[in-house]
Design a protein around this ligand. Sequence first.
Ligand SMILES: Nc1nc2c(ncn2[C@@H]2O[C@H](COP(=O)(O)OP(=O)(O)OP(=O)(O)O)[C@@H](O)[C@H]2O)c(=O)[nH]1
Ligand SMILES: [Mg+2]
Length: 435
Amino acid sequence: MDPQNTTPTPERAILVGVILPRHRRWEVNENLSELRSLANTAGVEVVDELVQERPQIDPAYFIGTGKAEELSRMVKAENASTVIFDDDLSPAQARNLERETGAKIIDRSGLILDIFAQHARTREARTQVELAQLQYLLPRLTRQWSHLSRQVGGIGTKGPGETQLETDRRLIRKRIETLRRDLEKIDRQRTNRRKNRKNAFRASLIGYTNVGKSTIMNLLSGADVLVENQLFATLDSTVRRVTLDAGHEILLSDTVGFIRKLPHHLIASFKSTLDETVEADVLLHVVDVSHPAFQEQIQVVNEVLQEIGAGEKPVLMIFNKIDLLEEKAEIPAVKRQFPQSVFISAARQIRIEFLMKELVEFMEQHFVESEIAIPLKHAGLVHRVHSLATVTAEEYSDSHVHLSFRSTLQNREKIQRMVNAAVGDGRVPLEIASQ
Ligand SMILES: Nc1nc2c(ncn2[C@@H]2O[C@H](COP(=O)(O)OP(=O)(O)OP(=O)(O)O)[C@@H](O)[C@H]2O)c(=O)[nH]1
Ligand SMILES: [Mg+2]
């Protein structure tokens, strides 16, 4: 940001969406309205929209040549400085459009990265965002992007032209390496912190952005996570101990939300933040059930979960914001579709007690106490059990190590398979005794 310009007038932007034959019009409208929210969150004023139906995308301009000319005229008429495309553009398309319109061309990924950069507060989030930004920037450097002597990022930065390019590319690659190393260090610290907490049952609030995850976190744990009617208010993960009832305590985490077409670099560089989700025992998938596109949002979230390797975890669906539902009659149908679900309003504190009861039940379903005896000659396996479960007792006899442990059902199966594979060489396989 330019320090001399403390009260910048908002950038004026035009949004562009393309309807291909496989898209439905309402989908594109929904996507554009989401793009508008993204633009508003980034502090951009949307002055017009352009939607084009095309049989396929144009390799040079994404939209057709004629449409690109129309866009140019719109830019002039509205005195817009920026054009934001809902789809990702190739660096060449962005360059051509920039030349044609004279405006700065941004795509959805660029915009999301910009918001992340604006919202990043902790060292970890800043490092992660900068890494994703630089990876996004590298192939696009021929455009009028900021020279590296200025801070990378920010929507309105202009660069020095092409002479600096090679130096800039080299600098970026070097910086990417440094950031990667920094992140590895942060990752190791996080992993150590997580190891110390592994004897607790871990639940992770996940879901589309702006659905109410942090509101639920604050409500259940008394944490003070920022809640805003904004996309990507949360970029880090917060972990808090929550007492559900006298006998049940969990570690609850709240983390970054997902969105359609989350840039791939972002997912990759947010690995250490998302590991909180990957390593949770259960996922609490929060949905804004009052949103017209909530079903599609559920799909998007499931796809991202697959991508980060958390697609197979037990999930409790939390349908939030029922206070905003005009048709309460829709609830039974959603409940039939998602039997493992609760319907609440976090903001109005409706049915929160019920949510806590369901959590206890969920916890009992997915967390079990077991015992196993491992022959001493396979004692090397003991540390594997430690890594997958909370060992509550460890006793050595002449022939065996006897372990009592608490784990998720999944991890119990893993332990059983692992021990059988090592020990069960044709003899009777080991049995795990459940308590
Ligand atoms: N009407 C209504 N609003 C809610 C409810 N729960 C949350 N909100 C509002 O929804 C907005 C987003 O809430 P957050 O808790 O920040 O949502 P989030 O999922 O953490 O969002 P990000 O961190 O930005 O991804 C805020 O304005 C909340 O006040 C609810 O039950 N009803
Ligand atoms: Mg949040």
